[in-house]
Design a protein around this ligand. Structure first.
Ligand code: EPZ
Length: 422
């Protein structure tokens, strides 16, 4: 397994290109199952999760051709040969469950393995099932697989989510595009990835209104056509790299960044004393000398502070002036980066879903272990300003969500390299 070695190397300067959004691409790809005509995605990120989704779609009989070094995904689901999403693939990546709604709508049946838990939580699918059953699906759990069928096709209905689940909103939204009649999703997730999915589905002929708000209305149609769609910018990669100059000092421009994607996050950076300005190429982040100020953070569904930036924000607050309190309200176990940051000299107390961070002057490099995707990158961010060398192991977690992280950070002056574990 590889390791990444990062050494505190002073201020960062330059620009970092931001890729297409992993979490948009992972829901746009299953949308190909809704149509017999080709769906092509551009601005796709080069990530191992995208390769996993590619394997899954191919196992169902879809054709997926990657071009331009993986940035273009040309897909066709004209001849599907299977309706079973196997445990072997689903257990590797929870987002595999996003083939359930499209397969049910297109084929009238689907067998999808339950994903099983993951490092950050149990991650059940009760809200996905609730929504699809409301559209008339019959879903039964057998031997760890969801067996879903809708022999007479899906019928539009009103679906109220008890929690604004991103995945459940995406699954039911995709299924509703081919249901007979009108579907109304209440307390729907409002993430930019949902808005991007709705835009792509409309380009395919779907009739959708209200995406980006808590109420989405879909008029079902008989069939969908093909489309070519650019994947929206990755707001989590954007926020991650905005924290690099915030932590190490200096000035970095994140190309392709848009303020609307990260408003609540930028409000917190502003509170901490970090300067963010919009440029005609993206977002510029500047941190003058002097320590950042402590701030309190509570994660929430969009437009609240994103849970996927909580670990990275904690890395910044470890050396803030004062005490910060972070509340993780989305997942039940998303502080696994905290003990690793403590190994670097951070002072953090975790009680349930609350982490209290007492800022220290500077962290010290140390060998640390990545435990999940966002935790791994928070350790690299912390290492950018730590004294000495930080060695991050199990960086395969990183490859799931960050393309070329060494090249992007080297490009702004970071001292960072990837090595084969000794
Ligand atoms: C998506 O996961 C993202 N993944 C996650 O990003 C992100 O953290 C999450 O949304 C929240 O923003 C993708 O888009 C591929 P949820 P998802 O359904 O859809 C509970 C990353 O780092 N829940 O909004 O699985 C669930 O257990 C990943 O890129 C139910 O209880 O998130 C969790 O506590 C991590 N029942 C909470 O809701 C359900 O049926 C949020 O889940 C569904 C979810």
């Amino acid at each position: 397994m590889d390791q990444i070695i990062v050494t505190g190397n002073g201020e960062l300067r330059g620009e970092i290109p931001i890729a297409g959004a992993k979490n948009a691409c992972l829901t746009l790809m299953p949308a190909t199952l809704l149509s017999e005509e080709p769906l092509t995605l551009t601005n796709a990120p080069r990530l191992s999760d995208i390769k996993t989704m590619t394997q899954l779609l191919q196992s169902l009989g879809a054709e997926v051709t990657t071009m331009q070094d993986g940035q273009v995904l040309a897909m066709s689901s004209h001849d599907l040969t299977s309706h079973v999403a196997d445990y072997d693939i689903v257990r590797k990546m929870r987002a595999s469950n996003l083939v359930l709604g499209p397969m049910l709508a297109r084929l009238g049946h689907a067998v999808v393995s339950l994903p099983g838990g993951c490092a950050i939580g149990a991650r059940p699918m009760d809200l996905h099932i609730h929504g699809l059953e409301a559209l008339g699906a019959e879903i039964e759990l057998k031997d760890g697989y969801l067996h879903a069928k809708a022999p007479g096709g899906l019928k539009g209905a009103t679906v109220e989510f008890s929690f604004a689940s991103v995945g459940a909103t995406e699954n039911v939204l995709m299924a509703a595009t081919l249901a007979k009649g009108t579907t109304v999703l209440k307390n729907a997730a409002r993430e930019p990835e949902i808005v991007d999915l709705a835009a792509c589905l409309r380009e395919m002929g779907a009739q959708i209104d209200g995406d980006g708000t808590s109420t989405i209305t879909i008029q079902g149609v008989d069939r969908l056509s093909g489309a070519t769609h650019p994947v929206v910018t990755d707001r989590i990669e954007l926020g991650t790299y905005m924290l690099a100059p915030a932590i190490a000092g200096g000035e970095v421009e994140c190309l392709g960044g848009k303020l609307d994607l990260v408003r609540s996050f930028v409000e917190k950076l502003d509170e901490a004393g970090i300067e963010v300005t919009e440029t005609d190429r993206g977002l510029k982040v500047c941190r003058k000398n002097g320590r950042v100020k402590a701030v309190n953070v509570t994660t929430a569904p969009f437009p609240g502070f994103p849970t996927d930036l909580q670990a990275q924000m904690m890395a910044l607050l470890c050396t803030a002036q004062g005490t910060s309190v972070l509340e993780e309200k989305i997942f039940e176990n998303r502080f696994m980066h905290a003990p690793e940051l403590v190994r670097m000299g951070a002072r953090i107390e975790v009680h349930g879903g609350t982490a209290t961070v007492h800022g220290v002057e500077r962290l010290k490099g140390a060998p640390v272990m990545a435990t999940d995707l966002r935790a791994s990158v928070s350790l690299i961010l912390a290492g950018l300003a730590a004294e000495g060398e930080t060695v991050v192991s199990r960086v395969y977690h990183l490859d799931r969500g960050y393309e070329h992280v060494v090249r992007k950070l080297e490009g702004v002056g970071a001292k960072i390299e990837r090595v084969r574990e000794k």
